[in-house]
Design a binder for this molecule. Structure first.
Ligand SMILES: C[S@@+](CC[C@H](N)C(=O)[O-])C[C@H]1O[C@@H](n2cnc3c(N)ncnc32)[C@H](O)[C@@H]1O
Length: 260
């Protein structure tokens, strides 16, 4: 497969195929199609050959340069996530723009992917992105029109990246990003919020230790293996929340809970 190709089609056909085309690293729209640089985001040749084989539109090699991209683009949970160097979404597809940085959630980790797919199982309203990393979950929440977001992380690099990504995505009016440990949050920042927490057990426990045992409207727990997940889920159930969906990829589990 050449390093740069053009898939041609009318706008409706390209939009319909975009969830697959996104994985082939779109870098520019041209009058008759979409330019792709399949290896520029770091995905391997076998994976990309399989993706291109699934595209039902004609393609041709293109002579232009294949720009390096900091991470692979993808569509998940109904949102296109991309770097500033990727091509913009086709009309009608929500997108978030993540700047490069050290925060978790740029690459396609199974735990982040499950969370994006399970956002739909949670009630609308203000969200707490607890351990936001790159900011991906809060950005998706805001972009999908679900509600405003408070995003917090202990890691100052993640905080800077999430904040810059909110600006790059045009979502800075909806997202507040702050450096904070989960155990130090104000109870009002948890109660009445949908809590998105893809983080290790120790961080889940810190969140559960917030004074006054606040009750969120929903919780999305991810980043845990089976035993840890049972324990953390049980702690939220003890506050009256009910499991509405459980998912797993390999050893990783994710659970969505809602207030009755
Ligand atoms: C697995 S990453 C998840 C990032 C992103 N939310 C996602 O789903 O891709 C967990 C994040 O939680 C942060 N974290 C871990 N313990 C924390 C704590 N006690 N307080 C605040 N943030 C914490 C880490 O710095 C890291 O960015």
């Amino acid at each position: 497969m050449p390093p740069r190709i053009v898939v041609s089609g009318d706008p409706a056909a390209l939009a319909a195929e975009f969830p697959v085309l996104a994985g082939l690293e779109p870098v520019a729209w041209v009058p008759d199609g979409l330019v792709l640089a399949p290896f520029a985001g770091g995905r391997g040749p076998d994976e990309q050959r399989a993706r291109l084989a699934a595209v039902e539109l004609p393609w041709r090699a293109d002579a232009g340069p294949a720009p390096p991209l900091p991470f692979p683009a993808a569509v998940g949970g109904g949102v296109y996530r991309r770097s500033p160097g990727h091509a913009a979404a086709p009309p009608g597809l929500p997108e978030v723009v993540l700047v490069d940085g050290e925060g978790f959630g740029l690459a396609e980790h199974a735990t982040t992917g499950m969370c994006l797919d399970m956002l739909a199982d949670l009630p609308d309203g203000p969200a707490l992105d607890a351990g936001c990393g790159s900011g991906i979950l809060g950005l998706a929440w805001a972009r999908l029109g679900r509600g405003p977001v408070l995003a917090v992380d202990l890691d100052p690099h993640a905080v800077a990246q999430a904040r810059e990504s909110a600006w790059a995505s045009g979502l800075d009016a909806l997202i507040t990003v702050r450096r904070a440990g989960l155990g130090m949050l104000d109870p009002d920042e948890v109660a009445g919020h949908v809590v998105l927490v893809n983080a290790p057990h120790v961080a889940q426990d810190a969140l559960l230790s917030v004074a006054g045992a606040p009750v969120p409207t929903g919780v999305l727990v991810s980043g845990l293996q089976a035993d840890d997940m049972r324990e953390v889920t049980g702690a939220w159930e003890a506050r009256g929340l009910q499991v509405v969906r459980a998912d797993g990829v390999g050893r990783w589990h994710a659970v969505a809970l809602r207030a009755p």
